[in-house]
Ligand binder design. Structure first.
Ligand SMILES: [Cu+2]
Length: 162
């Protein structure tokens, strides 16, 4: 029975594509940096692409592996990088917003399950217009810093072709 359940779980994970499009919002390359087994927190990163001609706003996040989740940014405070909670992250019409190390991220608090390298965990993002989108976050080694596409590190980018 356990084998059947395991097989089912694997099937469920495999059938969730890494790129998820709901309405007009596309989530690309969701990933998280592996944390020590004793860690209570983890961060998730991803790209949000708004294909519509209306601005949208990320207003919340949640994951079954954490008791709570917050939207965070990283600010340079007199030379010290400090994390700060933000209520929303705006994704301008026909633009892309990166959640990446050094900037915006989803912070997961009070982990009920510490993510293991090469595993995946679900993350549900709530948008003001697009509603809820659940993605499967890939857990990467601590040395990983993200996939670099042909974009710069500005907060928003005009969409070329995706
Ligand atoms: Cu944070």
């Amino acid at each position: 029975m356990l084998k059947v359940i395991t097989a089912l779980l694997i099937t469920i994970f495999v059938t969730i594509p890494t790129t998820v499009t709901a309405n007009t919002i596309e989530i690309d390359h969701p990933w998280s940096k592996a944390v020590p087994p004793t860690s209570n927190v983890a961060a998730a990163f991803l790209s949000i692409i708004n294909h519509s001609n209306t601005d949208d706003t990320l207003i919340a996040a949640r994951s079954p592996i954490a008791e709570s989740a917050e939207l965070h940014t990283l600010n340079n405070d007199n030379g010290l990088m400090k994390m700060r909670k933000v209520d929303t992250i705006n994704i301008a019409a026909e633009h892309q917003q990166q959640l990446a190390p050094g900037g915006f991220h989803v912070m997961l608090f009070n982990l009920t399950e510490v993510p293991i390298i090469d595993s995946h965990f679900p993350l549900t993002l709530t948008f003001k217009h697009a509603g809820e989108i659940t993605v499967n976050v890939a857990v990467k080694p601590a040395t990983y810093s993200g996939e670099h596409h042909d974009i710069t590190h500005d907060d928003s980018h005009a969409l070329q072709h995706h």
